[in-house]
Design a protein around this ligand. Structure first.
Ligand code: SAH
Length: 214
């Protein structure tokens, strides 16, 4: 099924209530999660699982993040309307849609051609056109559009590269799951031209960030 229904809307509301019980997310985040039809971003045949708080396959060995993780990473970005954000790992485009619903100026990179095209299709079908999707290697960031107030990494990275640190504004943040097998959700804030502050927010498990495109 490629449409939204009352049943899906009901399931979405329930999911959002569960998320709100787990953490006091800002109403704007909950509203965005209630609006975006996650079942239209997952693999065909899995839409009945789309409103469970769990990751799901999106093809080519990748996954759409768990809704709680999407809400938490969005929360940790701490951005306001119009702020410029770079997402690394577009995947199916679900997290991208949440950022767009928050009124952010969104740039997103995906290294997998199939997913880049799928995300484009998913987002356009839902009427999200004001988004900059890029096919490329997120390790490089998008220097031509920097600086970003927020950089959101949606795959596990062993260490945040200098190239990305340099693409944040003063006061800007990178939210990233840092680690190899398991990751620690990490927020790095740029406090000066060459100074950064780091905070951590618990353990997560993400697919790894890989070099190059395919
Ligand atoms: N935000 C996505 C999560 C997708 S999973 C969603 O809502 O569905 C992480 C994604 O990161 C995968 O699609 C993977 O292909 C991508 N990825 C991994 N390494 C990357 C890199 N170096 N540059 C860009 N994307 C990368």
């Amino acid at each position: 099924m490629n449409s939204d229904s009352l049943q899906h809307k009901g399931q979405r509301r329930q999911l959002v209530e569960q998320l709100a019980q787990k953490y006091p997310f800002h109403p704007h985040i909950l509203k965005a999660m209630e609006k975006v039809p996650r079942h239209l971003f997952v693999e065909q045949g899995l839409d009945h699982l789309a409103y469970l708080d769990r990751p799901l396959p999106i093809g080519v060995n990748q996954t759409i993040s768990q809704p709680y993780t999407v809400a938490m990473q969005t929360h940790l970005l701490g951005l306001s309307k119009w702020d410029r954000v770079l997402e690394i790992g577009t995947g199916c485009g679900y997290q991208t849609a949440i950022l767009l619903e928050l009124g952010l100026s969104v740039y997103s990179i995906e290294r997998h051609k199939t997913l880049y095209l799928q995300a484009q299709k998913n987002l356009h079908a839902l009427g999200y056109h004001a988004v900059q999707l890029h096919y490329g290697d997120g390790f490089d960031g998008l220097p031509q559009f920097a600086p970003f107030k927020g950089i959101l990494i949606t795959c596990g990275i062993p260490k945040i590269p200098q190239s990305l640190l340099e693409q944040t504004t003063l006061g800007g943040r990178i939210v990233a799951p840092v680690g190899e097998e398991e990751q620690t959700m990490t927020v790095v804030t740029r406090t000066g031209v060459e100074t950064f502050e780091e905070q951590t927010f618990g353990a997560y498990s993400f697919v790894p960030m890989l070099h190059g495109t395919r």
